[in-house]
Design a protein. Structure first.
Length: 381
């Protein structure tokens, strides 16, 4: 059971960390060190609370109950429709970003062909095969990706340390306008909640440990983001950072620049592990979502549908990696924060709570307001 608990912690961390590791450092370049720490900490706290809120909701229902079913049983028909749309759109949007990122890696290294559809098709095939292997295989592979990503980032930070220098970024004033603009992106970086229903089933006989799993699993991304952002922005000089900022796609530009200053295989491994560690948790969540929707066990057909939809949209609507992730912040706010808060308040009002995990209703209300702020910033900025 300890093995499953440890695997669940890494699944939460991997779902959150992964691909957004490519986007966050350069996005924080105009925010300053203190602004970055404040933004990371605020987003972590609210997303940690939202994780506990959803966990408490999940524990009112039998193991294996999906997010959509939870919403229907607490919020009725309209709750089901809202959660169906936001959940599906969030997972598809994130998978679009990950398909795009891995396809870019394939094309950048001139593997096979340089056409985007070939790269995304190879990624879709890989994900389909992984899903067919089942949850325990995904758990083991996710652990491997987290280990690889952690080791590679440590090596890259050591290599960047010899280039570290004093940077005005460390003492830059807090840019509140930039902080508001980046809020949806950073919220996406702590968006692990989509895997909580799956983990609820995975830890069925050890559900009392879920609060600890959520705490540790969410703290790992916070620590990594702070260290990685600081190391990168003090390890690259001003001209190099400026070059990335002015590139159309931050993630691709970071990839290109890192190839110039360190080993190519190391950079490729970093990009691959970063994206795949997120892709595994999100694809598993979408597969569970579709299994519940069609009332079927996870099989090759459900797995095929899981990868087909994001593959289709990413080829029909090409967009930059970072912009897709930022747009995903809108659905994160609706699905991972707003809906769980509403569900919990309804369940508490009707005295249907079995195990208390989340803070009191005042904090839940504040978290709900935070979700509205995230939605507003997505449209305003």
């Amino acid at each position: 059971m300890m093995n499953k608990k440890y695997g669940s912690i890494l699944l939460i961390a991997g779902t959150a960390i992964g691909a957004v590791t490519l986007a966050l450092p350069i996005s924080m370049s105009e925010l300053g060190f203190f602004g970055t720490i404040i933004l990371y900490s605020i987003c972590w706290l609210f997303m940690y609370w939202s994780g506990l809120i959803l966990c408490e909701v999940c524990l009112t229902q039998p193991s294996g109950t999906s997010f959509v079913t939870l919403a229907e049983q607490t919020m009725g028909h309209y709750g089901r429709q809202l959660s169906w749309c936001s959940y599906g759109l969030l997972l598809i949007t994130l998978l679009m970003a990950y398909f795009n990122g891995l396809s870019t890696l394939i094309n950048f290294n001139n593997i096979f062909f340089d056409q985007n559809i070939v790269g995304t098709s190879l990624v879709a095939l890989m994900v389909w095969l992984i899903l067919v292997m089942g949850t325990e295989f995904i758990d083991a592979l996710n652990r491997l990706m987290i280990y690889v990503l952690s080791i590679v980032i440590l090596i890259m930070l050591l290599m960047l340390s010899v280039r570290m220098q004093w940077s005005n970024w460390l003492v830059a004033p807090i840019n509140f306008h930039e902080m508001a603009y980046l809020l949806p992106l950073v919220v996406t970086g702590f968006g692990f909640q989509v895997v909580i229903p799956s983990i609820r089933g995975y830890l069925d006989k050890e559900k009392s440990s879920m609060s600890h799993v959520i705490l540790v699993g969410s703290l790992l991304p916070l620590g990594l983001y702070v260290v990685w952002t600081t190391g990168l922005l003090t390890g690259l000089d001003h001209a190099e950072v400026f070059e990335i900022i002015n590139h159309q796609d931050d993630a691709l530009a970071l990839n290109v620049l890192l190839h110039d200053i360190m080993n190519k295989a190391l950079v490729n491994t970093f990009v691959f592990a970063a994206i795949v560690s997120s892709l595994l948790g999100v694809s598993l969540s979408l597969a569970d979502f579709l299994s519940d929707a069609f009332k079927q066990q996870l099989n090759w057909k459900i797995s095929g549908l899981t990868v087909f939809v994001p593959w289709l949209f990413v080829n029909l609507i090409p967009a930059a990696f970072v912009e897709i992730l930022r747009f995903g912040g809108l659905f994160v706010a609706v699905l991972n924060i707003f809906i769980p808060c509403v569900m919990l308040l309804i369940l508490r009002k009707n005295n249907k709570i079995k195990t208390v995990m989340a803070p009191n209703n005042t904090i839940v209300g504040i978290v709900l307001i935070f979700s509205l702020i995230v939605m507003i910033t997505e449209f305003v900025y």
